[in-house]
Design a protein around this ligand. Structure first.
Ligand SMILES: Cc1cc2nc3c(=O)[nH]c(=O)nc-3n(C[C@H](O)[C@H](O)[C@H](O)COP(=O)(O)OP(=O)(O)OC[C@H]3O[C@@H](n4cnc5c(N)ncnc54)[C@H](O)[C@@H]3O)c2cc1C
Length: 438
């Protein structure tokens, strides 16, 4: 019997993980990617000769499958990611707080961090300790899902703590504001960060562009191990023909016994409408945008910390939850700041985002030079993630059609739309597929 022939459609992190895993387990994989660059929503982009990312990303020490897959394709995570202890640090002049978890075993890292934190009252600290011990006691689980805001109210979280810690954490992790976000998913993320071992709670910042962090190496690895990689190759039509699946691009069609559709949910919905309208309907998620605003300054400009939280207050035209000093991650990017504005609808509409952000940074960091960037570029991904609302129904990897599998950050799983969610989904699709063929 010949090798199992599998088409993987989409070389985002889910498709790359699926392609590597299937190849590793002996399948003959063809990976189709519409774009020239792999990585999907977490990829490198070229802006007028500058290497940027489609959006600034942050990973967690708890992203175990992502880190494992990086190693599988020959990369060394410790060389490509800066490891920071769990923290929530605001600039000194922002009326924020400063919490850094020291390098102690869990849960003492968090407790000691809370005790030492500045900018929080005793009441805030007690509320945080109460939340942490109660949720730990509940095993970070809820029987009935509710919104994050309801959860915070249930555990008596103070207004200041909600504003400075819970709101930005919830928006960063779920890309959905606490009043609409799922408490169950939020707790799953907290379990792996606040509640986990110190190393799992670390924050990991990429030192290289996002395609170089895994997708480029994944494609090379698949090719070196006998797979076919077709970039710049959009799948226009997917159809069933007897026991086979036919994949149509602008080139001649190819036939496979198995297909993993690893595009975003909306693109998968388009490809599958003719095959099964009910899958398409299940993929119709409400989505949230994310904007990353890059601001380039003179190479001497350096922030007091590689990552700082910002006081986000749309009514006051204060935008963004975090600013990153890319120069501290990669010397070639000295003077480049990236501000992340999750759930960025209002910010995009303001029309003067870049100017307002520069003025806000200059004020909060007491660095007048920040008011006048050499250039700036705001990149908005309108369909960045699905809105992670309570009781959201997400489809499994398997479909009702033999040989047809779904992979992507939106499939069933504990995680919100993240790199780790995408990688786990890709691995889940590969495992299901291989099991189905014995
Ligand atoms: C701005 C921004 C910031 C984010 N920040 C974080 C963060 O800090 N931490 C984190 O963990 N996650 C973050 N995320 C989420 C994370 O990027 C996504 O969850 C993850 O990248 C999704 O991967 P995926 O493989 O499921 O889908 P995608 O990345 O969407 O990949 C799908 C791929 O399929 C290709 N494709 C589509 N249609 C076709 C077709 N017909 N034929 C061939 N190829 C096709 C696309 O070109 C794409 O490459 C962020 C996302 C954005 C947009």
């Amino acid at each position: 019997m010949g090798k199992l022939s599998v088409a993987v459609i989409g070389a985002g992190w889910a498709g790359c993980a699926a392609a590597v895993e299937l190849t590793r387990r002996g399948a003959a994989v063809t990976l189709y990617e519409a774009a020239r660059v792999a990585g999907g929503r977490a990829r490198r982009i070229d802006y007028q000769g500058h290497v940027l990312d489609n959006g600034q990303h942050i990973l967690l020490g708890a992203y175990r499958d992502t880190l494992r897959m990086m190693r599988t394709v020959g990369l060394q995570p410790s060389a490509l990611l800066m490891r920071l202890p769990l923290q929530m640090r605001y600039p000194a002049h922002s009326d924020g707080m400063d919490l850094v978890a020291p390098r102690l075993p869990a849960p003492f890292h968090l407790l000691a961090g809370v005790l030492r934190a500045t900018g929080l009252s005793v009441n805030d600290k007690l509320a945080l300790a109460r939340f942490s011990s109660a949720t730990r006691w509940m095993g970070w689980q809820l029987n009935v899902d509710c919104t994050v805001l309801e959860l915070l109210e249930r555990f008596g979280q103070t207004e200041r703590l909600t504003k400075l810690m819970w709101r930005p954490l919830c928006i960063a992790a779920l890309n959905t504001p606490p009043e609409r976000a799922s408490a169950k998913v939020f707790l799953a993320v907290l379990r792996d960060s606040l509640g986990a071992s110190r190393a799992a709670s670390d924050m990991l910042l990429p030192r290289v562009d996002l395609s170089a962090l895994f997708p480029d190496a994944a494609l090379a690895w698949v090719q070196q191990h006998g797979g076919r990689v077709l970039t710049g190759s959009r799948v226009n039509v997917l159809r069933a023909d007897g026991d086979d699946w036919v994949v149509d691009t602008d080139e001649q069609p190819d036939r496979y016994t198995q297909v993993v559709v690893a595009t975003s949910a909306d693109k998968a919905s388009g490809l599958l409408t003719n095959i099964d309208p009910s899958i398409s309907a299940a993929l119709d998620f409400e989505v949230e945008p994310i904007t990353t605003c890059y601001l380039q300054y003179d190479a001497q400009v350096r922030l007091p910390s590689v990552m700082l939280a910002l006081v986000d207050d749309p009514e006051q035209h204060r935008w963004g939850q975090f600013v990153f000093d890319r120069g501290q991650l990669d010397a070639a990017q000295a003077g480049l700041l990236a501000v992340v504005i999750s759930a960025s609808g209002a910010a995009i509409e303001s029309g003067t985002l870049e100017k307002e952000l520069a003025a806000q940074l200059a004020h909060e960091l007491q660095m007048p030079a920040l008011a006048s960037p050499l250039w700036s570029k705001a990149i908005t991904e309108k369909r960045a993630t699905f809105a992670c609302v309570p009781n959201l129904i997400r489809p499994p990897n398997a479909t009702a059609h033999r040989g047809l599998w779904l992979a992507g950050d939106y499939t069933e799983g504990e995680y919100p739309a993240t790199i780790e969610g995408a990688v786990r989904s890709g691995l889940g699709a590969a495992a299901g597929l291989l099991k189905s063929v014995g």
